[in-house]
Design a protein around this ligand. Sequence first.
Ligand code: SF4
Length: 297
Amino acid sequence: MNLTGIVYRPPYEADSLLLQVTKGCSHNKCTFCSMYPAVPFAVCPMEQVEADIDEYARYRPDAKRVFLEHGDAFVLSADRLMKIAGIIHRKLTKVETIAMYASIQNIKHKTDEELRQLRACGIHGLDIGVESGLDEALTYMNKGHTALEAQEQLLRLTEAGMDYSFNAILGCGGAERWMENADATARLINAVQPHLLFIGSLHAEPGCRLYQDMKTGIFKECTIGQLLDEQERLIRQLDLDDTYYFGSHPSNIVPMQGYLPDQKQDMIEAVRVIREHLHAHLDEYPTRGGEGSILNR
Ligand code: SF4
């Protein structure tokens, strides 16, 4: 199987077949990202993709879901994605859905008709790093989209019948804007009503600009107390019809999962309990390990 370097996938794609169709990320310049600094973006040759599908057909013929790698595989043209989906369905006949990481710009570059055709090919469940609903945070994080663009493009996906995960990062606004970040992000989430909400909290590893900016104080990180307050403020303002909140990422001070709106009060209570437990440490900064995991929980 041709998988280049470190391979990232969302936690809920653990059982999916990972099929590499691109290398690196076509954007590769988010301020907080150190995923593919040394991987020049490239499109994988179709022969290689087909050979990998053949290999999966031999070893995992019953697979139901395929996750396309790498950083933003949805950057591929609709034609190429449909061609890949066609080969997958022909050779892996049990596959029901095909997912991948996507950026707001990737969606913008496809027509409504192409989005509908991609959905008809089984492409469903994009994983989208929206990160924040606050334009100042999006600009600093160099995401390449505004909150309004995110709203417009995510609604186009819904219109095309495609589910997606809205990925948001607590702490994106830093210590000075955590309240605004919570408010603006909740507004955007409410406006688009995602099927899945994937919440993490901001952390930086050596090799990205944010790491330097945190060290020099250009970016002021949230304290433990601010992260807890932001999480509670965000959850309180969420007004969702039917969304699964997936917040079990190790970077979160309060890992939690649940259905919204049904489990909203339980989630707020979980934050309250942890705040009480950490009351002596609320002004401290999180100590983090690999993947931003919180060590002083
Ligand atoms: S779009 Fe994703 S993979 Fe690409 S630079 Fe940003 S965070 Fe990293």
